[in-house]
Design a protein around this ligand. Structure first.
Ligand code: B12
Length: 261
């Protein structure tokens, strides 16, 4: 007969999953990574802590206090998502948290972008997409906001866009340039594949390859390929294409155009 008074309940009640969890706390990461500015900090923390209902009021407060919409996006919403990416890497957050945070961030972006002053006149058109097989489109969406606010028309093909569809639409619409985003190393070969087909069809168009999986060396490894590391670099590069510079010249002048970062 087991004597319940002698049982070590510590062994029975121990949660091994909790023991194996990271000791890192999101609050500690928040204190280190989120902006010190109280308005931007509130925006960023609503993303980081997945508070979908709070992000709208936080963005509105920042707008009312005169914070620029692009700063709200880049220094608030994106900063919150950077912290989420870090927590994911450290196994503190898992995919459900990442998806909720991404949704929160997108909701904030759609509110902030309505307040970006930008004329109706467009300088030219850019076709954007996330690579075939790639569901990551947040960076692309931010770059699209930047381009629209800089006066460009954006034809956004969405995510996981088949190479042949990109080629078909680009040949049909003849934009100033194409941008592709890949956050997965398995999806980035879609860019040289599409660029090659476009060049074979006689369109010598700049093909911007961007997103976390891509680096400058890869982007410049195929004909037409140019690199952009951060979404805000896209409008200055588009401005150069508008001035008539081809992809070879943009590669040569890349450091000057983007500030080399
Ligand atoms: C959010 C996220 C998701 C979300 C995506 C939601 C969405 N709508 O985008 C969801 C949950 C869907 C997801 C799914 C998966 N993901 Co994920 N995900 C992430 C995460 C945490 C953050 C990415 C992000 O949006 N960051 C915020 C944005 C703002 O940053 P960004 O995209 O890097 O953009 C910046 C620059 O790259 C650049 N940029 C980006 N795009 C563009 C475009 C242009 C034109 C320009 C100029 C600039 C630019 O500018 C931005 C800043 O200014 C990353 C980890 C990380 N730290 O990156 C993993 C990560 C990208 N995911 C990864 C993986 C493996 C997956 C899954 C395969 C996981 C799984 N096992 O199921 C699945 C995909 C399954 C499938 N095939 O469908 C890996 C990829 C590894 C690799 N190198 O191949 C990563 C790196 C995580 C990791 N460390 O393992 N994911």
């Amino acid at each position: 007969m087991i004597d319940p008074r002698k049982v070590d309940y510590g062994f029975i009640l121990r949660r091994y999953d909790i023991e194996s969890e990271s000791q890192m706390r999101p609050e500690t990461v928040a204190a280190r990574m989120l902006p010190q500015d109280p308005l931007l900090g509130e925006v960023a923390s609503s993303v980081m802590f997945m508070r979908l209902r709070d992000v709208g009021p936080a963005v509105s407060r920042a707008l009312q206090m005169g914070v620029k919409p692009l700063d709200i996006i880049n220094k608030g919403l994106v900063a919150g998502m950077d912290a989420v990416g870090y927590l994911y890497k450290e196994h503190v957050y898992y995919l459900p948290e990442v998806m909720m945070a991404a949704k929160t961030m997108e909701s904030g972006i759609s509110l902030a972008e309505k307040h970006i002053p930008g004329g109706r006149v467009t300088k030219g058109m850019v076709v954007m997409h996330a690579a075939e097989g790639d569901p990551h489109d947040i960076g692309k969406n931010i770059a699209a906001v930047m381009l629209r606010s800089a006066g460009y028309e954006v034809v956004d093909l969405g995510k996981d866009v088949p190479v042949d569809e990109v080629v078909r639409i680009v040949l049909d619409r003849k934009p100033l340039m194409v941008t592709g985003t890949a956050l997965m190393t398995t999806t980035m070969p879609a860019f040289p594949a599409a660029a090659e087909k476009l060049h074979a069809a006689g369109l010598d168009i700049p093909y911007m390859a961007a997103g976390g999986a891509v680096n400058r060396e890869y982007a410049e490894s195929f004909d037409g390929g140019i690199y952009s590391r951060k979404a805000p670099q896209t409008p200055p590069i588009a401005d150069m294409v508008l001035k008539g510079k081809g992809w070879r010249e943009i590669r040569e002048e890349w450091d000057d155009i983007t500030g080399g970062i």
